[in-house]
Design a protein around this ligand. Structure first.
Ligand SMILES: N[C@@H](CCC[C@H](N)C(=O)O)C(=O)O
Length: 298
């Protein structure tokens, strides 16, 4: 048996198992990650985050080359054990974990650089949460057709890469959003080679209030299924609606998800715009769990 010390964290209801492995000596296999994230036989979570010093991971070397301040790396895996490049809610929970466990210090208004497989992300601590500089994004052409249970007619989706892949689908009403059955994952045609997270989005009424755009979304995450929130998904959804709205669309967006609200903001000169994600993140509990098989490289 192998005993794991873990912490459970959440960010707008997107929940994570967090494990400290500063020296990078305890990699987890996909099977072990899936066991830890299992909601019946394990801790239960949408994803697992291993806190490793960048110097101890091959991907960490790239992060340090990009920014020598990125001494901590977020080794992120989905609940099924598959690896993802980036997690917008997870990186906030990760910084909360580093700070609350004393692995890093970060005062309100200060910024920490975190290595991820989607590059280095700078995370600023605010009074009530964290703001992540998600960097640049890319619209993907092709508009895959999306079918989902509860959706009467297949819809075209807009592919957006925000470090990880997303497809955003516009729905016409809250009724349509609520009728979705995401217990089974949506099907994309053509299917992106590496899969995608799929966001279904509706405008709030009115769409813009006080200069801030407002949307609601539900998400089916790659490697997980429906979750209460997805930070990168909220960024992709806001960017998609901003794209569809055209010139004059707001740069600030409030994105309502089943687990709360996150804020997305675009700033910078045309052609050099960057996007940020802000929202809360909390630790919930910690404990020990014994897994039957020894740790093996995943
Ligand atoms: N929940 C995350 C995204 C996690 C990774 C995603 N499922 C993927 O496979 O890309 C977020 O908050 O961004």
């Amino acid at each position: 048996m192998t005993t794991f010390r873990f912490t459970k964290g959440q960010a707008t209801g997107n929940d994570f198992v967090l494990v400290a492995d500063p020296e990078g000596t305890a990699p987890l296999s996909p099977t072990q990650i899936a066991a830890l994230c299992d909601r019946h036989f394990g801790v239960g979570a949408d994803g697992l985050i291993r806190a490793v010093r960048s110097e101890h991971l091959p991907e960490g070397a790239a992060a340090l080359a990009e920014d020598p301040d990125a001494t901590w790396f977020m080794d992120y895996a989905n609940g099924d054990g598959s690896v993802s490049e980036m997690c917008g809610n997870g990186v906030r929970a990760y910084v909360r974990f580093l700070v609350d466990t004393g692995l890093a210090t970060l005062g309100v208004g200060e910024t920490i650089a975190i290595g991820t497989r989607a590059g280095v992300k700078r995370v600023e601590r605010s009074e009530d949460g964290f703001r992540v500089d998600m960097g640049r994004w890319a619209l993907r052409g092709g508009e895959p057709l999306v079918s989902a249970h509860g959706l009467e007619v297949d819809r075209p989706g807009l592919g957006i890469d925000v470090g990880n892949p997303h497809v955003v689908v516009a729905l016409s009403s809250n009724t349509e959003l609520e009728a979705l059955d995401l217990a089974r994952p949506p099907v994309l045609d053509p299917a992106p080679p590496a899969g995608a997270n799929v966001e279904f989005v509706v405008p709030a009424e009115p769409l813009v209030s006080g200069g801030i755009g407002r949307i609601r979304m539900r998400v089916s995450e790659r490697g997980v299924g429906e979750t209460l929130s997805c930070g990168t998904g909220a960024v992709a959804a806001a960017l998609a609606v901003r794209h569809w709205a055209g010139a004059g669309a707001p740069d600030r967006w409030r994105v309502g998800v089943p687990g709360g609200v996150v804020e997305v903001a675009v700033a910078g000169a045309p052609g050099e715009e960057r996007v940020t994600l802000a929202g809360p993140a909390e630790l919930v509990f910690d404990g020990n769990l014994e897994l039957p098989s020894p740790v093996t490289a995943g």
